[in-house]
Structure formats: structure tokens, C-alpha cells
Write a protein that binds this ligand. Structure first.
Ligand SMILES: [Fe+2]
Length: 447
């Protein structure tokens, strides 16, 4: 949570005040403080070992199980107190404001879960054999309310603090959906803690803690793996874009455009993630093309043209061993194929061209046209759409042109700022762009 806008501050303030009033006013009569303390310690331990899922963004811990156990064992206000123990977590990183927000969010969502449990006919106290199966319905309702309230409050602050250049439906949304499901799953451990309490008393959390931390370790491995993927892709993108001043940010925008098309046609989550990587890396093969060819100002010789046409194959050679790219590899290799079969490197036509490649081709050409190039200014979005429509059915798959136009009309498109050149950048300007459908590469022998 960096510097917050006034609206975001009001939002955080409202959440913190609501939770503080709730926790301060009780009522506390009849509350089993022993349970609150034991479950509170479990929350503190869980929060101290939270797993960060995205750089600087979400973190995850199994503490929701302890909070949901407290819903059953000590009721709404006790659950809010257990949730408030988040403040005592020993995790480094969160700022005081972030910590206050997280604590309030957990206290509020635990309280609301407690109210839902009672409203659905649940009874507060240690459950016994006779409590089953009737307790399952109220507990499931409480878990759903807990997760929904948590994610709702969290989404609110993420939305209010989003960076202006980020599309609203970033890949984080997919992750957030998975996070919601895993939170619901881990919430079930709460009922296990509560049920075990009648057998082993306050040792119940310990018995549940061990498998939970094993699960947490597995989640940490997954998050670490995701970070390694992002770093790998980011490093390769950086390498490609340092070769050409004018195409900086191009990979990122092609990735964004491809994701917009993929979502528009209802592609499932893992494939959307794969096409995001494909967009980032579609031109990685430029690393295998001599810089003097990429930056040539005059017409290309046949050999130079052939070298540029080889970049999809070079791209495949560079990244083929990166296992997680999977279907993205086909997109990288075939992103310059054309529906009429006149593209390269294989001259595939129609449905022979992998779906990823047909999606990338549309986003790639669109970003090229709406970006400034040394030989022309950036086209307006409507002009670029007109150009896509003109080549729809010959160069581009009409279905994906339509999908992109629909997504653009809903989400809009932020064109990149024209680059500001420093004197020493003049040597690194590409005078031609192989992605621009309105200005094909000029080849000496083709005259
Ligand atoms: Fe390319």
C-alpha cells in the first residue's frame, strides 16, 4: 500500500473504525476467553508465516481456519477478537496502515461469518457428535460469508490503489479466484478444529496446524514458481526491447491485447495465462536477428528479409526448453502466419494456424499501428481498427478481429506516449516495423 488517494484513505478509515467500534463494544459476557487466547495465538502464528503470492500485493495464510473455528467455539464477537489478533503477527513488510486495514478486515469478516452462522441456525460452543450433520450447513454459510467479505474488502482496496496503466482485469484476477477457492477449502479446517476440541481440548489447533503448514509450504512453492516465471519472461522481454527503442513496451501491450481477445472468446484461465506469456515473448526471436538488420533505414536485401522472417523460428529455439510456456510456443512460432496462407515461417492457412498465433497476430498489428514509429506517427484507435477490418479474412482471423473490437469498445486502449529520444538513442531506432500491416518491409529485389 503506497501513497493512498483521499478516497482510498476514507475507505481504509471506514473499515478500521467499523472494526474498532465492533471489537471495543462487545458484548463480552459469557465469552470463553481461554478459547479466544488459544485461537488468537494460532492466528498470530499463521499470520507471522504468511505467504506472499504476488510481488507487493496479496499475501495468504491459513489463519482463516482459526477464525472459522472461533465462529463455532466463541461466536461472532469472539471471532472478531480472534481476527483482530492479526495485528500481532510478526510478519515484516506491511506498513502500519496496511496492518491496521488487514486486522480490521479480518475482524469484520470473522464477525460477519459469526452472525451468518447464528442466522443459519448454528449453536455457539464445542460441537459434539450430535451436532453433526446439522452444523455443516450453518458452518458452510459462515465460511462463504467469511471468504466473500474478506475478498470483497480486499478487492476494494486493490481497486482503489490500482495503477492507472494497468487494465482492470489483470492476471491477478485469475489468481484471486483461485485464492478464494483455496480460502474456502482451508476454512473447512475450522470445523475440524472445533470438532476436535471436544476430544483433545486446546490441543486441537496443534493437530490441525501441522497439515495446514504443510499445505502452506506447498502454496509457497507455487508462489515462488510463479515469481520465477515472471522474472524469466521479464528478463527476456527486457533483452528484446533494448535492441529497439521504438518497440519498448510493445511486448507488454501485445500481451495485454491478446489477453483481452482471449477473455472475450471465453478462453479458460490457464490458457489466458499462457497467452499472456506468449504476448510477452512473441518477438523474443529478434534476439537472433542481427541488430543492424532490425535497425536498417533503407530497403532490405533478400538475405536481410529472410533473417527477419526467421525470427519466429529463432524465438522458438530460444524458449522451447522453458516448460511452462507450453501452448505459448506455438503462438511465438506462428504469430506472422496469415489466414490466406501468405505469412511466414510455414505459410500455414486458416485453422492450420494455432489459435494462439491468430490471436497474437491481431494484438501485435494493432499495437504496432497505434504506436509511434520513426517513419510515421501513431494511428488513432479507430483508424487501427479500420485497418484490422481491412485485412480481416486475409491477414487476420475475422473472429478474433471482432472479439478485439468488442473488448476495445468496452475496456478502451491506452496508446503509448511517443518516445522522447536522447541524442545517443538515435543509433537504436528501427526505421521499419515487421508488425505494421499498413507498411510492409521494403525489400530491394521486390521492386
Ligand atoms: Fe514478430
Amino acid at each position: 500500500m503506497g501513497k493512498l488517494s483521499r478516497v482510498a484513505l476514507v475507505y481504509v478509515g471506514a473499515v478500521v473504525v467499523a472494526a474498532s467500534v465492533l471489537v471495543a463494544t462487545g458484548p463480552f459476557t459469557g465469552l470463553s476467553w481461554q478459547y479466544v487466547v488459544v485461537l488468537g495465538v494460532l492466528v498470530i502464528v499463521s499470520e507471522s508465516r504468511a505467504t506472499q503470492l504476488r510481488q507487493g500485493q496479496l499475501s495468504w495464510s491459513p489463519s482463516s481456519a482459526a477464525m472459522l473455528a472461533s465462529v463455532v467455539l466463541v461466536g461472532p464477537i469472539g471471532a472478531a477478537l480472534v481476527g483482530a489478533c492479526t495485528a500481532l503477527g510478526l510478519r515484516r513488510g506491511p506498513s502500519p496502515l496496511q496492518r491496521a486495514f488487514n486486522t480490521s478486515m479480518y475482524a469484520l469478516s470473522a464477525y460477519l461469518a459469526g452472525r451468518a452462522f447464528l442466522a443459519l441456525g448454528g449453536h455457539v460452543g464445542v460441537p459434539h457428535e450430535s451436532s453433526f450433520p446439522t452444523i455443516i450447513g450453518p458452518f458452510a454459510g459462515a465460511a462463504l460469508v467469511h471468504v466473500t467479505a474478506n475478498h470483497g474488502l480486499l478487492s476494494g482496496i486493490l481497486w482503489l490503489t490500482r495503477s492507472p496503466d494497468r487494465t482492470p482485469s489483470h492476471a491477478g484476477v485469475g489468481l484471486s479466484g483461485r485464492l478464494l477457492l483455496s480460502d474456502l477449502g482451508y476454512g473447512a479446517f475450522g470445523l475440524l478444529i472445533a470438532a476436535l476440541w471436544s476430544v483433545v481440548g486446546p490441543f486441537a489447533p496443534l493437530l490441525v496446524l501441522i497439515p495446514l503448514f504443510v499445505a502452506r509450504w506447498a502454496v509457497a512453492q507455487f508462489a515462488e514458481q510463479q515469481r520465477a516465471y515472471e522474472a524469466t519472461v521479464g528478463a527476456l522481454c527486457q533483452a528484446v526491447e533494448t535492441k529497439d527503442f521504438y518497440t519498448r513496451g510493445h511486448s507488454d501491450r501485445v500481451s495485454r491485447g491478446s489477453v483481452m481477445i482471449a477473455r472475450e472468446i471465453g478462453m479458460r484461465g490457464e490458457r489466458v495465462e499462457a497467452i499472456r506469456y506468449a504476448g510477452m515473448l512473441h518477438d523474443v526471436g529478434k534476439l537472433g536477428v542481427p541488430t543492424k538488420v532490425l535497425q536498417k533505414t533503407g530497403k532490405l536485401t533478400e538475405e536481410e528479409y529472410a533473417a527477419i522472417q526467421l525470427h519466429p523460428m529463432r524465438g522458438l529455439d530460444i524458449v522451447r526448453e522453458i516448460g511452462f510456456l507450453d501452448e505459448a510456443l506455438a503462438g511465438i512460432m506462428h504469430h506472422h502466419e496469415r489466414i490466406d496462407g501468405r505469412g511466414y515461417p510455414m505459410g500455414l492457412a486458416g485453422d492450420e494456424i494455432p489459435e494462439f498465433a491468430r490471436v497474437l497476430a491481431v494484438a501485435d498489428a494493432f499495437d504496432s499501428m497505434t504506436s509511434t514509429r520513426s517513419y510515421r506517427g501513431a494511428r488513432r484507435v479507430d483508424e487501427a481498427i479500420e485497418e484490422l477490418r481491412k485485412w480481416s479474412g486475409t491477414q487476420f482471423d475475422p473472429a478474433f478481429v471482432d472479439a478485439f473490437v468488442a473488448a476495445l469498445s468496452r475496456e478502451g486502449w491506452q496508446r503509448p506516449e511517443p518516445p522522447v529520444l536522447a541524442a545517443d538513442d538515435l543509433t537504436s531506432i528501427a526505421a521499419q516495423d515487421h508488425d505494421d500491416p499498413a507498411a510492409p518491409l521494403r525489400v530491394i529485389d521486390s521492386l
